[in-house]
Design a protein. Structure first.
Length: 307
């Protein structure tokens, strides 16, 4: 069994208060794949790149159990390029450049080899493309997770609402939850969003952790307080990869297991921010992941007597 991932594979230029890099591999599907492959394999990628995307990166991912039958390589165009600059608090950023390049004409095709996969991770892309992947699958996956952003709420709300009715888990950040629902209270926002279709809602709050809503239940996972946050790019996608990777590894999609999955997602994201791009995700070992999960347990484990 496997996870299908739809998303961008890209070049990024990033500026943070601690440094600047003009060209580094990025993209939502790249981060999801690096994170999830530490927990489960194979990962079945659906994406598009131009003639400039490094073959070594594809080979590195292949070594980690990432499959590329669903990758389209366009020989006469460039890969998607995104550039962002972080503010001092590192929680907010400005997008400086979005060059769609190959993404402009992307028509995702699900290869025959991917049919029957149990998990589907729809990374942040045009909602109509996310929907087209769901529609191409002959058997509905056991769990469909979708990531999106404010840009699509403003430019493709109709399609976004349609795809929300087809998925199980929605992942967005707090300002996006407020925008989508028109509610300031995240509890009220969650109620409204759950009525739009998804059974589960994850609201990411950057360095303040993440909330998981299901029915009338809510669970909170903190982010690990880190001494140095170097580059938050890809943290959201890495969180998603850790989350769905754990669920596929354990084959258990209960609310209880999703609580563990968001801790795993937070742990993976805490590595991602330590270096530029996906670099840190390439280096980490199973032992480091286990140790970091233990740190999370220590962080939130309290046993008090009721007064
Ligand atoms: P995150 O920091 O988790 O929001 O993800 C950052 C990654 O998303 C970067 O590596 C970008 O290449 C990619 N990205 C940024 N904007 C878009 C977009 N409009 N569509 C697809 N991918 C994007």
């Amino acid at each position: 069994m496997a996870i299908i991932t739809l998303g961008s594979m890209a070049f990024d230029a990033i500026e943070t208060p601690f440094g600047k890099i003009d060209k580094i591999v990025g993209g939502s599907a790249t981060y999801v794949a690096y994170a999830a492959s530490h927990l489960t394999q194979p990962i079945q990628q659906i994406s598009i790149v131009g003639n400039d995307f490094p073959e070594e990166e594809i080979n590195e991912l292949k070594k980690r159990g990432v499959q590329f039958e669903g990758l389209e390589i366009v020989s006469d165009k460039k890969s998607f390029f995104w550039s962002g600059k972080y503010h001092l608090d590192m929680n907010t950023r400005d997008t400086l450049i979005t060059d769609l390049n190959v993404l402009a004409d992307f028509v995702p095709k699900v290869p025959e080899e991917y049919q029957g996969s149990e998990f589907l991770m729809l990374g942040n892309l045009m909602p109509s493309l996310q929907m087209s992947v769901i529609n191409q699958l002959r058997t509905r996956p056991k769990l469909i997770v979708l990531d999106t952003m404010n840009f699509w709420m403003e430019s493709a709300l109709g399609d976004l609402k349609k795809v929300l009715g087809m998925i199980d888990v929605l992942m967005i950040n707090d300002s996006e939850a407020r925008e989508l629902s028109g509610e300031f209270s995240l509890v009220k926002a969650a109620k409204k969003i759950l009525e739009m279709g998804p059974e589960f809602l994850i609201i990411k709050k950057g360095e303040h952790g993440a909330l998981l809503f299901y029915d009338s239940h809510v669970f909170f996972a903190p982010a690990l307080p880190l001494e140095d946050v170097f580059d938050p790019t890809g943290a959201g996608d890495t969180f998603a990869g850790g989350f769905i990777g754990h669920l596929d590894h354990t084959k258990n999609i209960s609310f209880e297991n999703m609580k563990t999955a968001i801790i795993v997602g937070s742990a993976m994201a805490s590595f991602c921010v330590e270096k530029f791009g996906p670099q840190r995700l390439k280096e980490i070992t199973k032992k480091e992941i286990d140790n970091r999960l233990r740190e999370f347990v220590q962080l939130v484990n309290f046993d008090i007597d009721l007064v």
